[in-house]
Design a protein around this ligand. Structure first.
Ligand code: CP3
Length: 338
């Protein structure tokens, strides 16, 4: 049996869309919090295959989702490049910021540091049934660079934008390093059983138009080409969040098989080739709130996407205070709508 997610990523429309959710594993689930309580260091938690396999499977079992997404983090790539990374309790990620060419020149990708992620990938793949596909992932270079240069989230990315405009060759060097490391990392995930991959460009919204090609289109296209050279049939989803005006060019320039659509974008108006699957774009606030408004919007989305290759998802990740029951209600609404 062909897994529905993979069918859609080959460009087929199916009568009932496959569903998974960004950040489907995490603190909104009590069973996640129970395991995390005994693992205070988040990086070590991600690099513990036994725990990571279990946490990956938790939402798939609970909600019968059509895909598992490998439990890891986009910031494991800077970690493997030798940059100091830690998660301050209640504050999100912190890195020793890199601000100049010498900091970039010192980066060396050590694949061995991420070997546990490949163990997780193998373990999850072996545990999944015939319906659920395993999605591997990485951050796209611009998004990862924002954390590497700023040293944290929640900024306007002033330092990375300054660097990109002031020293284009240094910025290009950083993109090269990230393209190379990310390609190796994703190929290893596919070797270890990932059946599809997603590139999270969560901060496409802060890229100035004049840098979009150098920061997003070209690095993403190179990663897609590198991965496809080794795994020609492996589908890749790109998620350029906040880049509504660029979606047509993103699809053309990068060669992705699917595009994640944020909740700000009118998904029915997205203009990409018919073979490119669309994924999204329910407002995560509707899932947090639940109830009739959520169900109505979910049914509207399914109806609007009928006849197109479509993967049901949110426009961004599950929000931490979301009641798990709302996910069950959402999945039921999608499956009865179609
Ligand atoms: O279920 C899944 O989606 C798989 C696992 C996953 C995590 N992070 C686990 C995680 C995935 C796919 C990610 C991607 C990720 N990580 C992104 C891109 C998606 C997005 O949200 O835009 C980004 C920007 C990161 C970086 C990151 N990691 C931040 C900003 C944070 C802190 C924010 C927060 O929610 O606290 C993390 C930590 C993180 N990554 C958690 C989880 C479950 C929470 C950590 C904890 O348990 O304390």
């Amino acid at each position: 049996m062909v897994k529905k997610l993979l069918q859609v990523l080959r460009g087929e429309a199916v009568s009932q869309p496959p569903v998974w959710l960004m950040r489907q594993a995490g603190r909104y689930l009590p069973e996640y919090r129970a395991l995390r309580a005994n693992a205070p260091d988040f990086v070590q938690f991600c690099l513990n295959p036994e725990l990571a396999v279990e946490v990956t499977l938790q939402p798939v079992r609970r909600f019968q989702l059509d895909a598992a997404i490998l439990f890891a983090d986009i910031l494991l790539v800077p970690h493997a490049l030798g940059q100091k990374l830690w998660f301050a309790e209640g504050e999100g990620p912190r890195l020793d910021p890199i601000r100049d060419a010498s900091g970039i020149a010192a980066l060396r990708y050590d694949a061995a540091k991420l070997a546990p992620v490949m163990q997780t990938s193998k373990g999850v793949r072996a545990a999944l049934d015939d319906n659920a596909a395993l999605i591997g992932f990485a951050g796209a270079p611009w998004t990862v660079a924002t954390y590497m240069i700023e040293g944290q989230g929640g900024t306007d990315h002033e330092n990375v934008r300054k660097l990109a405009w002031r020293e284009p060759a240094t910025f290009a060097r950083l993109m090269d390093v990230l393209v190379d490391a990310t390609s190796q990392y994703l190929i290893a995930q596919a070797d270890a059983g990932a059946e599809a991959l997603q590139l999270f460009e969560s901060w496409a919204s802060t890229v100035p138009a004049g840098l979009f090609d150098a920061a997003v289109l070209s690095p993403t296209a190179r990663i897609v080409a590198n991965v496809k050279a080794k795994h020609p049939k492996l589908p890749i989803i790109g998620f350029p969040r906040g880049a509504g005006g660029w979606l047509t060019r993103y699809a053309q320039a990068t060669g992705v098989d699917g595009i994640g659509i944020d909740q700000m974008t009118d998904i029915a108006a997205v203009n990409v080739p018919a073979r490119v699957a669309l994924q999204g774009n329910l407002d995560p606030i509707l899932l947090l709130q639940g109830g009739e408004a959520m169900r109505t919007e979910a049914r509207r989305l399914v109806a609007a996407m009928r006849g197109r290759p479509f993967i049901f998802n949110l426009g961004h990740g599950v929000m931490q205070p979301t009641p798990p029951d709302h996910v069950a209600e959402l999945v039921a609404a999608i499956r009865s709508a179609s």
